[in-house]
Design a binder for this molecule. Structure first.
Ligand code: ZN
Length: 147
């Protein structure tokens, strides 16, 4: 729904995505805001499924992979900075998830599945990868080329 009364950028709830026409006019090439928001409909985790940062990270992970034209929108994953952490959500978490997937393929899909079934816990990372999320983050940071 394109809602002239909606003052944010986008919001998704109960199977409906609400888009601000003001945002669309300001960012006419940002088609993949739709990819991100519609992923929230696909996720449909419900309340209390897991941390919001992971939900948003997975939505941007999907946008990165399935986006139709992120390049024209100048949407890209940011370079890792010392101030970043896995729970920063959105692109920062998405970039981390891509790295996790490289080490242990299928992890994101399993996390998504656990969020869906409300079986996700902080321990899920250790069970799926052998490392806690903090240990994974430390390994991710260590794997980055230093500038
Ligand atoms: Zn989102």
């Amino acid at each position: 729904m394109i809602d002239p009364n909606y003052k944010g950028v986008t919001a998704t709830a109960d199977g409906t995505v609400r888009y601000s026409p003001t945002w669309m006019l300001k960012q006419p090439t940002d088609l993949d805001v739709v990819t991100h928001e519609v992923m929230h409909i696909v996720q449909d985790y419900g309340d209390g499924a897991g941390p919001g940062w992971l939900t948003e990270g997975i939505a941007d992970y999907v946008r990165y992979d399935y986006g139709v034209d992120n390049a024209t929108a100048k949407w890209a994953l940011p370079a890792l900075k010392p101030t970043h952490n896995y729970d920063n959500a959105y692109r920062i978490t998405a970039r981390f998830l891509i790295w996790v997937e490289k080490g242990k393929k299928g992890t994101v899909q399993k996390l998504d599945s656990q969020l869906r079934s409300h079986t996700y816990t902080a321990d899920s990372w250790k069970k799926l990868t052998g490392k806690t999320v903090d240990e994974l983050w430390a390994a991710y940071v260590a794997s980055e080329p230093k500038v």
